[in-house]
Design a protein around this ligand. Structure first.
Ligand SMILES: *Cc1c(COP(=O)(O)O)cnc(C)c1O
Length: 378
């Protein structure tokens, strides 16, 4: 029995009629850039996050880039972030000529360890950029405290975590000055290409991001800022407007799958014998609904690479998010780090594995995943 890491057709097929209608509507409107579909989506996402404003942009990467630009971050500035994330997080900082200042992770959540932030602050530090990895918010209260104390801005990389709640109920993207989302197809809310969103509560930042999105132009053809083309397509927004109606349901299905995995794994000796460590949802007991949205179900395993090969032979998809932390990437050699600098991130890069958790995954498929892992370790 094949078990792909992600099967998007299970999300898209039931919505196909509605999606085709939405696409036809856009084609008939002859408006393909921004427009009513994008505005509609912006209103929905802002409301969903409990934020005042949302601005549709061209990708999650561009959401990060434009947020940093809105804060005038550039050469000579430092931005504190995690060393363990998708490349875009640190890449956006470096592309603007600023320096990504890296911090190790909390080994339980894989998110930035707030206790290690303050020692990295210098007179050049401008912002903190926490990532809410795999679908669970970074511990944001202490980050906010540090930012307030040192007058720093907070940009959240919530690309994997739309809708997730912090322990106080606030949603990802609404836990800082600017929140960044991605609609890359594999995220919990994905479009049919690239797309992203920035959310904020601050009118000034909202205006600035909107202007930067269209080459810094306001009014048209008059440029007070140098921006870029960071626009979201009407077609992608129209598709997202349809898919959005299912988002909470999909989050719930992912959590149900996780509960099933947890039961199945605890009926084996894998956890007891330390071959497998299950992910921990640290806000589960705080009573918020979306304590984790499980964009990824990431376990720690021994013999990770051999296990991954074995699962592949058995038709089971898995992935390593991410095999190389930022401080060991060739392009960041100039930061002057070496192996051993961030031991928790290095350990996670070596022993974590994402298993299928998508909405629509069947119990039989999950049983097969657990069975094959059990067989591998026997
Ligand atoms: C997906 C992702 C991004 C980038 O989003 P794109 O839409 O692919 O540009 C940034 N950060 C994290 C943590 C991501 O998972």
């Amino acid at each position: 029995m094949n078990v792909p890491l992600l099967d998007l057709s299970l999300q898209n097929e039931p919505l196909q009629g509605e999606i085709m209608e939405a696409i036809s509507r856009v084609i008939k409107s002859n408006g393909f850039i921004l427009g009513a579909e994008v505005q509609g989506l912006e209103t929905k996402i802002a409301e969903y996050c409990g934020a005042k404003y949302a601005i549709g942009v061209s990708s999650g990467t561009d959401a990060l880039l434009i947020s940093l630009m809105a804060l005038d971050i550039g050469p000579g500035d430092e931005v504190i972030t995690t060393t363990f994330s998708f490349f875009a997080t640190a890449g956006a900082i470096a592309r603007l000529g600023a320096k990504p200042v890296l911090v190790d992770i909390d080994p339980v959540t894989y998110n930035i360890d707030p206790a290690k932030i303050e020692e990295k602050i210098t007179s050049r530090t401008r912002a903190i950029l926490p990532v809410h990895l795999y679908g669970q918010c970074a511990d944001s209260e202490p980050i906010w405290e540090i930012a307030k104390k040192h007058k720093l801005k907070v940009i959240e990389d919530a690309a994997q975590t739309i809708g997730a709640q912090y322990r106080d109920g606030r949603r990802a993207g609404n836990l800082g000055d600017l929140g960044c989302f991605s609609f890359f197809p594999s995220k919990n809310l994905g479009c049919f290409g690239d797309g992203g969103m920035v959310v904020t509560n601050q009118t000034e930042l909202y205006e600035k991001v909107r202007i930067l999105r269209v080459h810094g132009s306001k009014p048209k053809y008059y440029h007070s800022l140098v921006g870029g083309n960071f626009r979201l397509d009407s077609l992608q927004a129209a598709i997202l407007n349809v898919k959005f109606s299912m988002l909470e349901d999909w989050h719930e299905q992912r959590r149900e799958n996780v509960k099933r995995y947890n039961e199945m794994f605890s009926n084996t000796n894998l956890v007891k014998n330390n071959f497998v460590q299950l992910p921990v949802a640290v806000y589960e007991d705080s009573g918020v609904k979306n304590y984790h949205i499980f964009n990824q179900f990431v376990v720690r395993v021994s013999k990770r690479d051999a296990l991954r090969e074995y699962l592949k032979e058995k038709g089971i998809g898995s992935e390593v998010y991410y095999p190389v932390p930022f401080h060991l990437q060739d392009c960041f050699q100039s930061l002057g780090h070496k192996a051993g600098d961030f031991p928790e991130a290095e350990k996670a890069a070596n022993d974590t594995l994402a298993l299928p958790v998508f909405p629509g995954l069947t119990q039989a498929q999950q049983e097969n995943v657990v069975k094959q892992i059990t067989t591998f370790f026997e």
